[in-house]
Ligand binder design. Structure first.
Ligand SMILES: [Mg+2]
Length: 389
Protein backbone atom coordinates (compact mmCIF):
# COMPACT_ATOMS: atom_id res chain seq x y z
CA UNK A 1 0.00 0.00 0.00
CA UNK A 2 1.78 3.09 -1.25
CA UNK A 3 1.92 6.43 0.56
CA UNK A 4 0.71 9.10 -1.87
CA UNK A 5 0.59 12.22 0.32
CA UNK A 6 1.60 13.63 3.69
CA UNK A 7 0.09 16.64 5.46
CA UNK A 8 0.82 18.37 8.75
CA UNK A 9 -1.65 20.07 11.08
CA UNK A 10 -0.87 22.37 14.00
CA UNK A 11 -3.54 22.77 16.67
CA UNK A 12 -3.39 25.55 19.22
CA UNK A 13 -3.66 23.76 22.54
CA UNK A 14 -3.22 26.59 25.11
CA UNK A 15 -0.04 25.37 26.83
CA UNK A 16 1.52 23.42 23.99
CA UNK A 17 0.73 23.55 20.27
CA UNK A 18 0.02 20.05 18.96
CA UNK A 19 1.55 18.90 15.66
CA UNK A 20 -0.09 16.07 13.71
CA UNK A 21 0.97 14.15 10.63
CA UNK A 22 -1.50 12.49 8.31
CA UNK A 23 -0.46 9.98 5.67
CA UNK A 24 -2.68 9.20 2.67
CA UNK A 25 -2.40 5.93 0.70
CA UNK A 26 -3.34 4.78 -2.79
CA UNK A 27 -6.01 2.52 -1.25
CA UNK A 28 -7.75 5.40 0.52
CA UNK A 29 -6.65 4.41 4.03
CA UNK A 30 -5.14 7.25 6.07
CA UNK A 31 -2.93 7.13 9.13
CA UNK A 32 -2.35 9.60 11.98
CA UNK A 33 0.82 10.38 13.91
CA UNK A 34 1.89 13.12 16.33
CA UNK A 35 5.05 15.23 16.30
CA UNK A 36 4.28 17.79 19.00
CA UNK A 37 7.36 19.81 19.83
CA UNK A 38 6.68 21.27 23.25
CA UNK A 39 8.77 24.42 23.08
CA UNK A 40 9.51 23.89 19.40
CA UNK A 41 6.43 23.74 17.16
CA UNK A 42 7.38 25.13 13.76
CA UNK A 43 10.70 23.24 13.51
CA UNK A 44 8.81 19.99 14.15
CA UNK A 45 6.32 20.80 11.40
CA UNK A 46 9.13 21.73 9.00
CA UNK A 47 10.99 18.54 9.90
CA UNK A 48 8.03 16.38 8.88
CA UNK A 49 7.55 18.32 5.65
CA UNK A 50 11.19 17.89 4.73
CA UNK A 51 10.90 14.14 5.34
CA UNK A 52 8.09 13.94 2.79
CA UNK A 53 10.51 13.24 -0.07
CA UNK A 54 11.65 10.01 1.69
CA UNK A 55 8.09 8.87 2.31
CA UNK A 56 6.04 9.33 -0.87
CA UNK A 57 5.82 6.06 -2.80
CA UNK A 58 6.91 3.90 0.17
CA UNK A 59 4.91 0.97 1.54
CA UNK A 60 2.89 2.24 4.53
CA UNK A 61 2.55 -1.30 5.88
CA UNK A 62 6.23 -1.61 6.80
CA UNK A 63 6.58 0.99 9.60
CA UNK A 64 9.97 0.03 10.99
CA UNK A 65 11.52 -0.41 7.55
CA UNK A 66 10.44 3.12 6.62
CA UNK A 67 11.85 4.50 9.90
CA UNK A 68 15.23 2.92 9.10
CA UNK A 69 15.14 4.33 5.57
CA UNK A 70 14.76 7.84 7.06
CA UNK A 71 17.35 7.04 9.75
CA UNK A 72 19.95 6.16 7.10
CA UNK A 73 18.94 9.04 4.83
CA UNK A 74 19.74 11.36 7.71
CA UNK A 75 23.16 9.82 8.39
CA UNK A 76 21.80 7.66 11.22
CA UNK A 77 19.78 10.58 12.55
CA UNK A 78 16.54 10.55 14.48
CA UNK A 79 13.66 12.97 14.97
CA UNK A 80 10.15 13.20 16.33
CA UNK A 81 8.99 13.77 12.73
CA UNK A 82 10.39 10.38 11.74
CA UNK A 83 8.59 8.83 14.67
CA UNK A 84 5.30 10.52 13.75
CA UNK A 85 5.52 9.07 10.24
CA UNK A 86 6.22 5.64 11.71
CA UNK A 87 3.21 6.03 14.04
CA UNK A 88 0.96 6.85 11.08
CA UNK A 89 2.21 3.72 9.30
CA UNK A 90 1.28 1.52 12.29
CA UNK A 91 -2.15 3.15 12.21
CA UNK A 92 -2.51 2.33 8.51
CA UNK A 93 -1.24 -1.23 8.99
CA UNK A 94 -3.80 -1.86 11.74
CA UNK A 95 -6.63 -0.39 9.68
CA UNK A 96 -5.60 -2.39 6.60
CA UNK A 97 -5.83 -5.63 8.62
CA UNK A 98 -8.88 -4.44 10.59
CA UNK A 99 -7.11 -4.99 13.94
CA UNK A 100 -6.09 -2.71 16.82
CA UNK A 101 -2.35 -2.02 16.91
CA UNK A 102 -1.92 -3.91 20.20
CA UNK A 103 -2.72 -7.11 18.27
CA UNK A 104 0.20 -6.37 15.95
CA UNK A 105 2.38 -6.09 19.07
CA UNK A 106 1.50 -9.65 20.15
CA UNK A 107 -1.77 -9.19 22.00
CA UNK A 108 -2.80 -7.51 25.23
CA UNK A 109 -1.87 -8.41 28.79
CA UNK A 110 -4.79 -6.49 30.27
CA UNK A 111 -8.07 -4.80 29.34
CA UNK A 112 -7.66 -1.77 31.59
CA UNK A 113 -4.78 0.55 32.34
CA UNK A 114 -4.29 2.38 35.62
CA UNK A 115 -3.83 6.10 35.06
CA UNK A 116 -2.22 8.96 36.92
CA UNK A 117 -3.59 12.41 36.29
CA UNK A 118 -1.40 15.37 35.44
CA UNK A 119 -2.27 19.01 34.65
CA UNK A 120 -5.02 19.12 37.31
CA UNK A 121 -3.45 21.93 39.38
CA UNK A 122 -3.88 24.84 36.95
CA UNK A 123 -4.02 27.74 39.37
CA UNK A 124 -2.10 29.44 42.18
CA UNK A 125 0.85 27.77 43.88
CA UNK A 126 -1.07 27.53 47.09
CA UNK A 127 -1.43 24.43 49.30
CA UNK A 128 -5.17 24.98 49.82
CA UNK A 129 -5.79 25.20 46.07
CA UNK A 130 -3.70 22.07 45.39
CA UNK A 131 -5.52 20.17 48.13
CA UNK A 132 -8.98 21.18 46.84
CA UNK A 133 -8.11 20.16 43.28
CA UNK A 134 -6.51 16.90 44.42
CA UNK A 135 -9.62 15.99 46.39
CA UNK A 136 -11.78 16.70 43.31
CA UNK A 137 -9.63 14.36 41.22
CA UNK A 138 -9.92 11.59 43.80
CA UNK A 139 -13.67 12.17 43.79
CA UNK A 140 -13.59 11.51 40.04
CA UNK A 141 -11.97 8.15 40.68
CA UNK A 142 -8.27 8.80 40.14
CA UNK A 143 -5.97 6.72 42.34
CA UNK A 144 -2.75 8.53 41.42
CA UNK A 145 -1.90 12.23 40.92
CA UNK A 146 1.29 13.83 39.65
CA UNK A 147 2.35 17.41 40.35
CA UNK A 148 5.37 19.71 40.45
CA UNK A 149 5.28 21.71 43.72
CA UNK A 150 8.59 23.54 43.13
CA UNK A 151 7.40 26.69 41.31
CA UNK A 152 9.96 28.10 38.87
CA UNK A 153 13.01 26.74 40.75
CA UNK A 154 16.18 26.32 38.71
CA UNK A 155 19.16 24.45 40.18
CA UNK A 156 18.37 25.79 43.66
CA UNK A 157 15.32 26.88 45.60
CA UNK A 158 14.82 29.70 48.09
CA UNK A 159 14.02 28.68 51.66
CA UNK A 160 10.52 30.17 51.57
CA UNK A 161 9.74 28.45 48.29
CA UNK A 162 11.09 25.16 49.62
CA UNK A 163 8.81 25.36 52.66
CA UNK A 164 5.89 26.11 50.36
CA UNK A 165 6.72 23.09 48.16
CA UNK A 166 6.82 20.79 51.20
CA UNK A 167 3.56 22.30 52.48
CA UNK A 168 1.90 21.63 49.12
CA UNK A 169 2.91 17.98 49.21
CA UNK A 170 1.83 17.66 52.85
CA UNK A 171 -1.62 19.16 52.22
CA UNK A 172 -2.15 17.08 49.07
CA UNK A 173 -1.24 13.91 50.99
CA UNK A 174 -3.68 14.96 53.73
CA UNK A 175 -6.43 15.66 51.20
CA UNK A 176 -6.15 12.41 49.23
CA UNK A 177 -5.55 10.08 52.19
CA UNK A 178 -3.13 7.19 52.53
CA UNK A 179 -4.39 5.04 49.67
CA UNK A 180 -3.89 7.40 46.73
CA UNK A 181 -0.48 7.61 45.08
CA UNK A 182 1.18 10.99 44.75
CA UNK A 183 3.94 11.41 42.18
CA UNK A 184 6.41 14.29 42.46
CA UNK A 185 7.57 15.88 39.20
CA UNK A 186 10.80 17.89 39.48
CA UNK A 187 11.36 18.81 35.81
CA UNK A 188 15.18 18.54 35.86
CA UNK A 189 15.30 21.45 38.29
CA UNK A 190 17.99 20.73 40.87
CA UNK A 191 21.63 20.10 41.56
CA UNK A 192 22.42 16.76 43.20
CA UNK A 193 22.71 18.11 46.75
CA UNK A 194 19.52 20.17 46.49
CA UNK A 195 17.66 17.19 45.03
CA UNK A 196 18.82 14.91 47.84
CA UNK A 197 17.82 17.40 50.55
CA UNK A 198 14.36 17.88 49.00
CA UNK A 199 13.91 14.15 48.41
CA UNK A 200 14.68 13.38 52.05
CA UNK A 201 12.17 15.99 53.22
CA UNK A 202 9.50 14.42 50.99
CA UNK A 203 10.07 10.84 52.17
CA UNK A 204 7.51 11.09 54.99
CA UNK A 205 4.73 11.65 52.43
CA UNK A 206 5.58 8.37 50.67
CA UNK A 207 5.46 9.52 47.03
CA UNK A 208 5.28 6.80 44.40
CA UNK A 209 8.26 8.48 42.72
CA UNK A 210 10.37 11.60 42.30
CA UNK A 211 10.76 12.39 38.59
CA UNK A 212 13.89 13.85 36.96
CA UNK A 213 15.14 15.68 40.09
CA UNK A 214 18.37 16.52 38.19
CA UNK A 215 19.24 17.03 34.53
CA UNK A 216 17.75 14.28 32.38
CA UNK A 217 20.94 13.48 30.49
CA UNK A 218 23.00 13.05 33.68
CA UNK A 219 22.69 9.38 34.55
CA UNK A 220 25.38 9.50 37.25
CA UNK A 221 23.60 12.35 39.03
CA UNK A 222 20.28 10.48 38.95
CA UNK A 223 21.91 7.37 40.38
CA UNK A 224 23.50 9.45 43.14
CA UNK A 225 20.11 10.92 44.11
CA UNK A 226 18.36 7.57 43.82
CA UNK A 227 20.87 5.93 46.16
CA UNK A 228 20.52 8.74 48.71
CA UNK A 229 16.74 8.97 49.11
CA UNK A 230 14.01 6.49 50.03
CA UNK A 231 11.76 7.50 47.12
CA UNK A 232 12.05 5.77 43.72
CA UNK A 233 13.69 8.11 41.21
CA UNK A 234 12.35 7.88 37.64
CA UNK A 235 13.38 9.34 34.29
CA UNK A 236 13.58 8.55 30.60
CA UNK A 237 11.22 10.95 28.82
CA UNK A 238 14.20 12.84 27.40
CA UNK A 239 16.12 9.75 26.27
CA UNK A 240 16.40 9.33 22.52
CA UNK A 241 18.33 6.07 22.14
CA UNK A 242 18.37 2.55 23.50
CA UNK A 243 21.85 2.80 25.02
CA UNK A 244 20.70 5.45 27.51
CA UNK A 245 18.08 3.08 28.91
CA UNK A 246 20.53 0.17 29.02
CA UNK A 247 23.20 2.26 30.77
CA UNK A 248 20.70 3.55 33.33
CA UNK A 249 19.05 0.23 34.11
CA UNK A 250 22.23 -1.83 34.19
CA UNK A 251 23.30 0.10 37.32
CA UNK A 252 20.41 -1.74 39.11
CA UNK A 253 19.46 1.32 41.17
CA UNK A 254 16.47 2.65 39.23
CA UNK A 255 13.72 0.28 38.14
CA UNK A 256 10.99 2.50 36.63
CA UNK A 257 11.57 4.24 33.30
CA UNK A 258 9.48 6.66 31.27
CA UNK A 259 10.17 6.28 27.54
CA UNK A 260 8.37 8.75 25.26
CA UNK A 261 6.86 6.74 22.36
CA UNK A 262 6.01 9.85 20.36
CA UNK A 263 9.69 10.78 20.23
CA UNK A 264 11.18 7.29 19.97
CA UNK A 265 8.61 5.79 17.62
CA UNK A 266 6.57 2.70 18.54
CA UNK A 267 9.21 0.23 17.33
CA UNK A 268 12.02 1.70 19.40
CA UNK A 269 9.70 2.18 22.38
CA UNK A 270 9.02 -1.57 22.32
CA UNK A 271 12.76 -2.25 22.34
CA UNK A 272 13.03 -0.06 25.45
CA UNK A 273 10.28 -2.14 27.06
CA UNK A 274 12.36 -5.26 26.36
CA UNK A 275 15.51 -3.70 27.83
CA UNK A 276 13.50 -2.83 30.93
CA UNK A 277 12.20 -6.40 31.10
CA UNK A 278 15.81 -7.61 31.09
CA UNK A 279 16.35 -5.74 34.36
CA UNK A 280 12.92 -6.50 35.87
CA UNK A 281 12.12 -2.80 35.51
CA UNK A 282 8.69 -1.26 35.03
CA UNK A 283 7.35 1.01 32.30
CA UNK A 284 5.35 4.22 32.70
CA UNK A 285 5.53 5.96 29.32
CA UNK A 286 5.67 9.74 29.28
CA UNK A 287 2.67 11.46 27.67
CA UNK A 288 2.20 15.23 27.75
CA UNK A 289 0.88 15.75 24.24
CA UNK A 290 -2.56 15.35 22.69
CA UNK A 291 -4.93 12.48 23.53
CA UNK A 292 -3.78 10.82 20.31
CA UNK A 293 -0.73 9.84 22.37
CA UNK A 294 -3.06 8.59 25.12
CA UNK A 295 -4.44 6.13 22.57
CA UNK A 296 -1.04 5.16 21.17
CA UNK A 297 0.39 4.62 24.65
CA UNK A 298 -2.65 2.54 25.61
CA UNK A 299 -1.90 0.14 22.72
CA UNK A 300 1.76 -0.01 23.72
CA UNK A 301 1.12 -0.39 27.46
CA UNK A 302 -1.52 -3.05 26.88
CA UNK A 303 0.97 -5.21 25.00
CA UNK A 304 3.67 -5.56 27.66
CA UNK A 305 3.97 -7.51 30.91
CA UNK A 306 5.96 -4.83 32.75
CA UNK A 307 3.43 -1.95 32.62
CA UNK A 308 3.15 0.21 35.75
CA UNK A 309 0.90 3.23 35.13
CA UNK A 310 -0.12 5.61 32.30
CA UNK A 311 0.09 9.43 32.32
CA UNK A 312 -3.03 11.36 31.37
CA UNK A 313 -4.38 14.93 31.05
CA UNK A 314 -8.06 14.16 30.20
CA UNK A 315 -9.55 16.26 32.99
CA UNK A 316 -7.55 19.39 32.21
CA UNK A 317 -7.98 19.60 28.43
CA UNK A 318 -10.03 22.15 26.51
CA UNK A 319 -13.64 21.03 25.85
CA UNK A 320 -13.04 21.31 22.07
CA UNK A 321 -10.34 18.62 22.22
CA UNK A 322 -12.93 15.90 21.77
CA UNK A 323 -14.34 17.57 18.62
CA UNK A 324 -10.87 17.74 17.05
CA UNK A 325 -9.91 14.15 17.91
CA UNK A 326 -12.46 11.35 17.83
CA UNK A 327 -12.03 7.76 18.98
CA UNK A 328 -9.71 8.58 21.87
CA UNK A 329 -10.09 6.34 24.94
CA UNK A 330 -11.27 8.39 27.95
CA UNK A 331 -10.46 7.87 31.61
CA UNK A 332 -13.24 6.43 33.71
CA UNK A 333 -12.81 5.94 37.45
CA UNK A 334 -9.07 6.29 37.14
CA UNK A 335 -8.63 3.68 34.40
CA UNK A 336 -8.48 3.59 30.60
CA UNK A 337 -10.07 0.76 28.66
CA UNK A 338 -7.77 -0.60 25.96
CA UNK A 339 -9.33 0.33 22.58
CA UNK A 340 -10.48 -2.34 20.14
CA UNK A 341 -10.86 -0.10 17.10
CA UNK A 342 -8.56 -0.77 14.11
CA UNK A 343 -5.22 1.01 14.03
CA UNK A 344 -4.78 3.39 16.96
CA UNK A 345 -8.47 4.21 16.59
CA UNK A 346 -8.13 8.00 16.51
CA UNK A 347 -9.25 10.34 13.71
CA UNK A 348 -8.44 14.02 13.25
CA UNK A 349 -11.34 16.25 12.30
CA UNK A 350 -9.60 18.61 9.88
CA UNK A 351 -12.42 21.18 9.85
CA UNK A 352 -12.49 21.45 13.64
CA UNK A 353 -8.70 21.60 13.72
CA UNK A 354 -8.74 24.78 11.64
CA UNK A 355 -10.74 26.53 14.36
CA UNK A 356 -7.79 26.28 16.78
CA UNK A 357 -4.69 27.62 15.04
CA UNK A 358 -1.07 27.88 16.14
CA UNK A 359 -0.18 30.63 18.59
CA UNK A 360 3.24 31.83 19.70
CA UNK A 361 1.77 32.16 23.20
CA UNK A 362 1.06 28.43 23.50
CA UNK A 363 4.24 27.48 25.29
CA UNK A 364 4.86 26.28 28.83
CA UNK A 365 7.30 28.40 30.88
CA UNK A 366 8.52 25.89 33.43
CA UNK A 367 11.14 28.15 35.00
CA UNK A 368 8.90 31.20 35.50
CA UNK A 369 6.61 31.81 38.46
CA UNK A 370 3.00 31.02 37.65
CA UNK A 371 3.72 28.34 35.03
CA UNK A 372 1.33 26.00 36.86
CA UNK A 373 -1.62 27.88 35.35
CA UNK A 374 -0.45 26.63 31.92
CA UNK A 375 -1.55 30.03 30.54
CA UNK A 376 0.46 32.90 29.01
CA UNK A 377 1.54 35.46 31.66
CA UNK A 378 -1.02 38.03 30.45
CA UNK A 379 -3.85 35.55 31.04
CA UNK A 380 -2.73 34.54 34.53
CA UNK A 381 -4.80 35.87 37.40
CA UNK A 382 -4.81 34.15 40.74
CA UNK A 383 -5.91 31.01 38.94
CA UNK A 384 -9.20 30.51 40.71
CA UNK A 385 -12.30 30.37 38.62
CA UNK A 386 -10.37 30.41 35.35
CA UNK A 387 -13.00 29.52 32.77
CA UNK A 388 -13.10 25.82 32.09
CA UNK A 389 -10.02 25.03 34.15
MG1 LIG B 1 8.43 14.67 33.39
Amino acid sequence: MKIVDLKTFVIGNPWKNWVFVKLYTDEGITGLGEATGGLSTKPQQADVEELKRHVIGEDACQPERLWYKMHKARFLGQSVGMSAIEQACWDILGKSLDVPVWKLFGGKHRDKLRVYANGWYQGPRDPVFFAEKAAEMVEKGYTALKFDPFGGAYQQIERESERLAIDIVRTVRGAVGANVDILIEAHDRFTVTNAIRLGRKLEEFEPMWMETPVRTYDLAAHLEVARAIKIPVVLGEGFRNLRQFADLLSARVIDIVQPEPMSLGPSMARKVFAIAQTYEALIACHQAQSPFCTAMNAHLHASIPNFLIQENFDDSLEPWTWDVLSGVPRVKNGYLTVPDTPGFGVELNEEEALKHPYSDKHFLRLFEEGWETRRPPEEQNNGRGMGNL
